[in-house]
Design a binder for this molecule. Sequence first.
Ligand SMILES: Cc1cc2nc3c(=O)[nH]c(=O)nc-3n(C[C@H](O)[C@H](O)[C@H](O)COP(=O)(O)OP(=O)(O)OC[C@H]3O[C@@H](n4cnc5c(N)ncnc54)[C@H](O)[C@@H]3O)c2cc1C
Length: 395
Amino acid sequence: MSRRAIIAGAGVGGLSTALALSRTRFDVTIYEQAVALEEFGAGLQLTPNATRILARLGALEAVRESAMIPDAVYALRGSDDAVLMRLPLADAERRWGAPYLALHRADLQQALAQLAERDDRVELRLGSAVASVAPGEGRVHVELTQPLTTIEDAADLVIGADGLRSRVRRKFGAGPSDAPAFTGRVAFRATIPAHLVDSRWTEPQVILRLGPNAHLVHYPLRNGSIVNVVAVIEDTWRDGEPEHPWDGVADRPALERAFAGWSASTRRLLDAARSWRAWPLFGRPALGAFALAGRVALVGDAAHPMVPFLAQGAAQAIEDAGALGSALAGAATIPDALAAYSSARVARATRVQREALRQGRIYHLNGAMAAARDATMRLLGGRRLSARYDWLYGA
Ligand SMILES: Cc1cc2nc3c(=O)[nH]c(=O)nc-3n(C[C@H](O)[C@H](O)[C@H](O)COP(=O)(O)OP(=O)(O)OC[C@H]3O[C@@H](n4cnc5c(N)ncnc54)[C@H](O)[C@@H]3O)c2cc1C
């Protein structure tokens, strides 16, 4: 099998896939539209189903260096900080076979990019946007736009790791009905210097605060020097407003309205953030296959963008990379490998997409339904609730 691959996009999905393909002796060129891998984004939780694969790819140690290892997730009632549940994570490695980490997205991307740069089989070319993809006789042709020119390239395999608004998916997609759709939720994100927040919130713990129509997640990063905060509210987003999450202009009054009436400690935390970035959350219809046209496949958000309520956006992209590497190692031809990859991944990724939406609905319950949720959490306790994640983390 001739082995050269082109990957569109150097996010977590594209970089992990490059490492996985290199291990199956593919020469890989990653084309990334951005001219530099900059410090975008904020915190990510990396669950054991993902860290297990990073270990297999030889990337876990590098990633772990910049990560925080939380010892528990606490769920608090937003109105008064009553503890609803403590889900222990200190034994994650024993229980699920790999650690549970939290880290800055930029640190994860940098760690993966450095491994890719050190890998003789992987070439990373920045400032090169994949503009079109055309499958031909046993090869796939790609047109790329660069700041001053347009170039062409071809490979045996093309991977679309180009995120929510994937051009590769558009080329092979199901037409207008396949467009990203706003979910009615907006995530406000901030990182706060640790000295501005209560020292309790710099402990290695993930705190989830639940209230009507909103929730808040926070945890420390970078050796406790900053606290990552994500506040998710029900809000509007209209066509024409900034689309890209990281360009969003935060609607601070909407945030204040959503958290009026929450506990004093929640309010203090929100007040401590100097600047917020708004991230309108989008979904996309589930695909029936992640392999397109025999020699083209999708990974990560391009294949299955998901709301972040199960913390699985990056994790599922890493699972894709692991599955693609295994499929290519085990199949006689590239089309066979991509078919195997697709059937290994579609059902699980679609389930995770669906469960993440369900989790969001549970987090935002009101009135009697919220009281029932809180009582259930207290009754079951963290140990029994953590068993509900075995299918996800233990896979
Ligand atoms: C800038 C950014 C910051 C993020 N920060 C967070 C975060 O803090 N927390 C969180 O939970 N999730 C974050 N996400 C989402 C999360 O990273 C993804 O769910 C997950 O990592 C899946 O990654 P991905 O590689 O599939 O997609 P993405 O992370 O979206 O990466 C796609 C990459 O493809 C590039 N690209 C797009 N189109 C083209 C093209 N035509 N040609 C070449 N390259 C192209 C993009 O520039 C990007 O680098 C972020 C996404 C982005 C883009």
